[in-house]
Ligand binder design. Structure first.
Ligand SMILES: [Mn+2]
Length: 321
């Protein structure tokens, strides 16, 4: 990618990204450039290293860094991520905005800071891919995104529906019911895929894992399209959607889930939808295999999500509405 003479540094740190060496170089998503000039960003990657809303084992605070590290593999080829036919980096200003901070232990600060930073980016016209963090981080991201784009369809991949009714309790299993009650997502136009835990649907369209396996990828995609249509949507991907054989490094694993190949097929099938925001959450590297398969799955699926954002962005620019 970089064709300058490495023995003659230009003064820019991007010289040192070692593009041909996936095991080295800068720790930004896909070796994207890093800055916070919100007016100069098309696709932003934002990390939220927060995990104190977990209901089982914590550790997703280390997710953004682990996913970024493995993203040097998903972004290894200058032609783009297979099987997409282009590199996002050639067509968009892809920028890693890095992490949103908060005082450790202060959930309210995390919520406020994510709304502020994602709000700045979305208002400036960027589309944001957020790396979690536990799934609660999707709630402030949705709040900031819906403030600009209006109430959203949620396309939700997970082993859990995260619509648990626990009154005022806000944790990584309750926030989508809260978001629905806030009016920032529209349950009737939303679809949840992969559930293999008890749940009350609360008006959401739910494709449990057993039904997904029964009807297959094509019919699942058709159903998603029937439900979402041309409504603006947000894709949220909990890595525990995958079977723990493919993603052991997560806080609340549930056996009997889909494969990484099935997950990628599903994301590829969303390429014609009006996706305005996305996240990849719940990668907890401390429980990952030494092979880092969970983080690699997370990086690759997040990269697929970035393509959804890029393609939808190009269509909106070609035909504004
Ligand atoms: Mn989950």
């Amino acid at each position: 990618m970089s064709d300058h003479d490495p023995h003659r540094p230009t003064g820019d740190i991007s010289d040192a990204q070692a593009f041909d060496m996936p095991w080295a170089g800068q720790l930004s998503f896909g070796r994207a450039q890093t800055h916070r000039r919100v007016d100069e960003i098309d696709l932003a990657i934002v990390g939220v290293p927060y995990d104190i809303a977990t209901t089982n084992r914590p550790g997703a605070r280390s997710g953004p860094r682990a996913v970024r590290e493995q993203s040097s593999l998903s972004a290894e080829f200058s032609q783009g991520l297979w099987p997409w036919d282009h590199s996002l980096f050639d067509r968009h200003r892809v920028v890693d905005y890095f992490d949103v901070g908060y005082a450790p232990g202060d959930t309210q600060a995390m919520l406020t800071n994510v709304i502020d930073h994602v709000g700045l980016l979305v208002k400036a016209g960027a589309n944001v891919l957020t790396l979690g963090g536990d799934h609660l981080i999707a709630y402030p991201v949705l709040t900031a995104t819906a403030a600009v784009h209006g109430p959203l369809s949620l396309i939700h991949f997970d082993a859990h529906s995260d619509t648990w009714d626990a009154g005022a309790e806000l944790n990584h299993g309750t926030m989508f019911l809260r978001a629905a009650r806030d009016g920032i997502i529209v349950p009737e136009r939303s679809v949840q895929i992969g559930m293999r835990t008890p749940n009350v649907t609360h008006g959401f369209n739910v494709i449990h894992a057993d039904r997904f396996f029964a009807i297959g990828i094509e019919e699942t995609l058709a159903e998603i399209h029937r439900i979402v249509g041309d409504h603006r949507c947000y894709v949220t991907f909990d890595i525990d959607f995958l079977d723990p054989a493919y993603a052991p490094g997560t806080g609340t694993p549930v056996i009997g889930g889909p494969t990484t190949w099935q997950a990628r097929q599903l994301l590829w099938g969303l390429a014609d939808l009006d996706v305005v925001g996305a996240d990849l959450v719940e990668v907890a590297p401390a429980y990952d295999a030494v092979t880092q398969i969970t983080a690699l799955a997370g990086a690759t699926l997040a990269h697929d999500e970035l393509y959804l954002l890029g393609l939808a962005r190009e269509r909106r620019q070609a035909a504004p509405r």
